[in-house]
Design a protein around this ligand. Structure first.
Ligand code: HEM
Length: 457
């Protein structure tokens, strides 16, 4: 058991993204930098002078909601380059992070980055297009976002190369008369998130099924098993990993026109049936309401015990595979407290990019900058991908995968079935293509503020 002082969350040392999606800053950009050989010291100077003063910790991020804020993360190669400047080495980082998102064949397979979707087909990330530093910029308006991107690029100059993904303004993702943000297929997104122990929300809802140990997301705190794993370090900085988190970023292109054409065709032109089929794929209605019977429209505390056969929310739907909730509870055992049950949760912090189809159907590309935070890439993001999203055997459903993001190969054709439980007979779609395509991705580490200063010398 760690000493009591270690149990108090050091919010002042954590980057704001851990607790905030910066909802009040609707503009965003994800800048990906690769440092040229021999330019590491210049990069360190750039980070110290131009980036660090604008990174806000958790406790100040709400107050600075009107200002531009930056959050910074590093790939293993990036961390290694900065650590080497002070004669140090990163030690004890997870294998997934150290090897990288396409580090070995097994990893590529469980992520579905195979069959024409491997990292050689991406625009950035992985071994073919390495990245060292990710700078996330959140701004109140497009003008200030533009100024900041220009200033950061200008100060980086010829230190290396960079690529940018600019998020779409969050306000553009709302439909008239509906206040919630949507993803590009038109579904309300960002509804279900873990509730971090130690936050005000957790104190207000101590019985929530989403209550999750802080150590499941932030290093240096007890996890759901009440164990505080050793934090990764730099050779002369033992506390380096404390208050940090692993960050997964995947750029996922979405084919809006293909998605809706397909479901309307399946419904033989019946628009409301087409919508119904797409809702079964996600596991929620377009407006975010749960499909589980007897559940209120804004209730996110539901379990799947009430829908054991999936007549409301299909067993294989996206939300059920991404978070099966009570699906694996053993009814012969006493119920576990939420905090000890939530061992495979993700803090989602992504944003859509590219104009929504309903605003500009001619936009060349649209999609999701999928970002999630977790304390263990292996036990959380990769576990979900391997055992639930891409599993051919899930809750009695065989030979399928997640109908939204599962691996069916670029042209479909693999495990492209989706069963919708219904009485008297289940419905089955057996030609489901992929409407989501990976365009880039990488595993990063989001250090605490003291650790950022250590890197900046
Ligand atoms: C373009 C790709 C994706 C789209 C369009 C999408 C869309 C959605 C939507 C509409 C929801 C329901 C609303 C909500 O709870 O926020 C949802 C939930 C969720 N998604 Fe995704 N998603 C995508 C990719 C992913 C990926 C790659 C993962 C992780 C492997 C993921 C994990 C989750 C989780 C954990 C939930 C919450 C489930 C719950 O707690 O009920 N999603 N997604």
């Amino acid at each position: 058991m760690p000493p009591p002082s270690e149990l108090l969350p050091e919010w002042y040392d954590m980057q704001g993204l851990i607790l905030s999606a910066y909802d009040r800053l609707p503009e965003s950009a994800y800048l990906l930098f690769r440092i040229a050989p021999g330019r590491e010291m210049d990069a360190q100077h750039w980070m110290r002078e131009n980036l660090l003063p604008h990174v806000t910790p958790v406790e100040k991020s709400a107050r600075r909601a009107g200002d531009v804020t930056l959050n910074i993360a590093f790939t293993f190669t990036g961390l290694d380059k900065f650590a080497a400047l002070s004669g140090q080495r990163p030690v004890g980082f997870s294998a997934a992070f150290s090897e990288g998102i396409d580090g070995n064949e097994h990893r590529c397979r469980i992520l579905g980055d195979v069959d024409g979707a491997d990292s050689t087909t991406w625009r950035w990330g992985g071994h073919p297009h390495p990245v060292d530093v990710l700078v996330m910029v959140f701004a109140p308006d497009a003008a200030r976002l533009g100024q900041w991107i220009a200033a950061i690029d200008g100060s980086f100059g010829s230190i290396g190369v960079r690529r940018a993904i600019v998020g779409v303004n969050r306000r553009d993702m709302k439909l008239p008369g509906s206040p919630e943000g949507r993803e590009h297929f038109g579904f309300v997104d960002g509804v279900s998130q873990p509730m971090l122990a130690g936050t005000d929300a957790a104190e207000r809802f101590p019985e929530s099924r989403h209550l999750t140990a802080l150590g499941e997301f932030v290093l240096g705190y007890p996890n759901a098993a009440d164990i505080t794993p050793q934090v990764p370090l730099l050779t002369r900085c033992a506390s380096f990993g404390r208050n940090g988190s692993y960050l997964v970023l995947r750029q996922l292109e979405q084919d809006y026109a293909g998605f809706w054409k397909y479901f309307h065709q399946q419904a033989q032109g019946d628009a409301s049936l087409g919508e119904h089929l797409a809702e079964k794929v996600i596991g929620r209605r377009l407006d975010g309401k749960p499909l589980v019977p007897m559940t209120g429209p804004t209730d996110n505390e539901f379990g799947f015990a009430e829908d054991a056969h999936g007549y409301g929310c299909p067993m294989g739907s996206h939300i059920r595979r991404a978070n099966p909730r009570d699906s694996f509870d053993d009814t012969n055992e006493p119920a576990k407290a939420a905090i000890s049950a939530n061992i495979h949760r993700l803090l989602r912090r992504g944003r859509p990019y590219g104009a929504p189809y309903w605003k500009d159907p001619t936009a060349a590309e649209r999609g999701l900058v999928f970002v999630c935070l977790n304390a263990s890439i292996e036990q959380q993001f990769e576990f979900i991908q391997q055992n639930w999203v891409n599993s051919a055997e899930f809750l009695g459903v065989a030979g399928e995968c997640d109908p939204l993001i599962g691996t069916r190969g670029v042209t479909g054709g693999r495990r492209n079935c989706f069963t919708i439980p219904a009485l008297p007979l289940p419905a089955r779609i057996d030609t489901l293509p992929s409407f989501v395509r990976v365009r880039g991705g990488e595993y990063f580490f989001l250090p605490g503020l003291a650790a950022l200063e250590e890197l900046a010398g």
